[in-house]
Structure formats: C-alpha cells, structure tokens
Design a protein around this ligand. Sequence first.
Ligand code: GDP
Ligand code: GDP
Length: 438
Amino acid sequence: MSKPLIAIVGRPNVGKSTLFNKLAGARISIVQDTPGVTRDRIYYECEWRGKTVMLVDTGGIEPYSDDQILSQMRRQAQLAIDSADVIILVVDIQSGVTANDQDVAVMLQKSGKPVVLAVNKADRLGEPPPEFYEFYNLGLGDPIAVSSVHGHGTGDLLDACYSHIDFEAQDSYDPEYVRVAVIGKPNVGKSSLINRVAGEERMIVSDVAGTTRDATDTVVENEFGKYVFIDTAGIRRKSKVDEEIERYSVLRAYMAVDRSDVCVIMLDATVGFTEQDSKVAGYAHEQGKGCIVAVNKWDAVDKDGRTMQEYRKKLENDFSFMSYVPFIFISAKTGQRIDKLYELINFVNAQNAMRVPTGRLNDMLSYATARVQPPTDKGKRLRIYFCTQASTRPPTFVFFCNDKELFHFSYQRYLENQIRSTFGMEGTPVRIVVRERD
Ligand code: GDP
Ligand code: GDP
C-alpha cells in the first residue's frame, strides 16, 4: 500500500531542514539502513495519530543570485507538485512575505495540490504576533504558526496535512489484479515496456471500480490475467536530470515497490548492471516482493549462440545477494518475450504468495536436520522443535528452538536453501524468524 507523500518546500533559510529534522527527531524513523542497500536518506517515515506518511525534504538550494534562487524554488515546487500528495510551504515570520514566497505560492495554488502554509520561527507560545496575519495574503488558506526549533505547532501542521489525505481511498484495486512495479534507471526502457504491454488494452484507471488515485497506473487485462503496472518514470524532464530529480525518481521507485506485488527490475542490455541497480533491487528484496530481472533492449545486442548464457552468468554474480531471482531477456521495442514476461510475473506472484502446509514443512525439517546436524556450542546443541509458516508475501517461516544464540546465520541459510529446494520459492525472498521455546 502506498503511503501518502508530504513534500516540504520554501526559500532558503526559512527553516525547512530544521522543520524536517524536528519532525524526524520526534516521530520519524529512518527507512532501514541496511549496509549496501538503502543507505540514501531520501525519505522518512512519519507516524502521527497511528497513520504513516512519507516525508520528503526537497533538497538544498544553492545560494547564488536571487534569480537563480527563484528558478530553483520553482523547480523544487514543480517536483513537489508532480510527486507529493500534500505540500508544506514554509515561510519565515521574521522576514515576512517576500516576492519569492508569493511567486511559489501562486504556482502551488494553480496546481490544485493541497498546500499547507507553515509560518516558521513563531517561537513564542500563545497568540501569534500581528505579522502572522500578513501571510493570509498568500491565498493558501489559514497559515499555521510553527517553531521548528522548539516544536510548537508541528502537531497542528501534521493535522492540517492529514485533513487533505484520504487514508481509506488508497490502493483499492481488487486483489485479483497483480500489481507490478517496473523499476530501473532512467532510459532502460520502463515507459516503452509499459506502452508495449498496455497497447490497445490500456484502460483508464478511473474505469476500474474502486480506484481513486495514481492516475499514472496502467491497468491491463489480457489472456494472461489482470495487472496494474505502476509507472515509476513519472518525471520526464530528462534533460535536467540533477540531484533533486534523481532523488524524486529514486523515491518514486521506492514507493512503487511498496505498492507492488511483483517488481520487474529492468536493466539495459547494452549498458549492463550498475551499482544503482543493486540499490533498487535491494530495496525490493528487503520489502519481500516477488522479483524479476528483465534485461531489456536484447534486440540491440550482437549475439552468437553463447551470448545469453554468458550474460546470465555475469548477472548471477551481480545479483548474488538475491540468488533466487529469475532473469528474462526482452525487447520492449520488438515485443520479444513479452508473453513470457507475463507468465513469469504470474509465476513469481504465486511463489511470493505460496503457503506450505505445516506437515510438509516439518517433514522437510526432519530431513534437513538429519542430513546436516544443527550446530553445537560449548557442548550445547541447537534443537529445532517445530517450524510453521507465519505469513506470505514474502513467505515467512518461524522456527522454534531451544537457544537462539546457537541458531547461526549459516544454519538459517542452510534451512532457507532446503526450503527453496523442496518447495521452489523462485523469484521471492524468504524470511526466517527464530523463536525460543522451552
Ligand atoms: P532551510 O534553508 O530552509 O533548510 O533553513 P534551515 O533549517 O537551515 O534554517 C535556517 C536558519 O533558521 C537556521 O539558523 C535555523 O537555526 C533557523 N531556524 C529554523 N527554524 C527556526 C525557528 O523555528 N525559530 C528560530 N528562531 N530560528 C529557526
Ligand atoms: P525509461 O526512462 O526507463 O522509461 O526509458 P524509455 O522507455 O523512455 O526508453 C529510453 C530509450 O530506449 C528510448 O529511446 C527507447 O526508444 C529505447 N528503448 C526502449 N526499449 C528498447 C528496446 O527494447 N530496444 C531498443 N533497441 N531500444 C529501446
């Protein structure tokens, strides 16, 4: 399920970072910092009144001339308009309304996106000072007095943002639709694939019962099944790829992963694997999604009889951190193996939702522990009593044992491999949970 996104924009020095950090300090935890995987602190989960939203800082503005500041502010605001569900415009009570504030306020207002105006540096509690009322002139409704340094008003600010979010309306696709996120670097061919799969079958999202948001989703129904392709390309002003746009496109990719059942991790065959691919792929892996690596532009590769085999070998090495992932070599341009891609999506989706009966799991466990004895330490042997599958998406297995400390990672890995070789689980991460029981 997609979490609503709140973007913070405003002039330099009004206190955006301070506000962001205040919110982060109080009630935001950094999205998991797993080594080598999602180290970018690009967005933060914020829990408030029992609901989670994502908060994004739109990045710094270089202090050049005023003109440049304005153009950067406009770009920042445009990115927020393109991506966020609610925008917080931060202004500064000490400097009053400036021409740049006015310019950006007009732009935000025209966009029709919900905007909440935060009048920052209102440090004194109680009635706001007279200067506060000047901000009504921005035409963005009731301003909210905030002190990002002290934290006053931040709850009211979040409440105001929440009033624009329909938490119930999110992602109401029928479960029979497989939600597919196509993720990958710019130019690998994501849009081309979506255009290809949509083709004549493209439907208007609002025609699908119960859907209310994400107009960029592409709904496809064909002989293979029913699908929602989640578009992550989103920001198409490719000529201006800079840090901020990069930030948002990575962010959108992450959010698409969150909403998906299956992630198609797309590479460009003519470029190959890069570090950045391991990041998005790693995120899909961490989130427990069904995963496929699609090597696109296969039409553009000079091939002989061994090319695919060699390519596959190299990829197996690149994606060794998710050794379960299947590879498919496609061309969005010619349509090569797009039918196979659908079949693979269905297969991986089913694997991700697989449920193994407890009896069969424990048969596997007896066999596995007889074949390779559980480890011992200082004369004590690990004893595993029982195993059960706690959940699906991804398949999660709970092992009950006598002593967690003895349940080394290597033995967990061994059991995971046994699960995989017995039940398949191709294209899906598997989670192992260890519990102690006397
Ligand atoms: P940004 O450029 O918009 O991200 O602004 P910063 O967060 O870097 O803040 C700019 C300056 O304003 C810093 O010196 C902050 O300490 C100060 N500042 C931010 N919020 C407040 C506030 O609520 N009250 C006061 N008095 N100062 C603030
Ligand atoms: P995105 O940024 O990932 O959405 O990539 P696009 O779909 O915009 O494609 C980027 C470029 O790659 C475009 O010029 C496409 O025409 C080209 N392209 C996409 N798929 C293929 C393919 O399968 N084969 C070839 N040769 N070119 C492709």
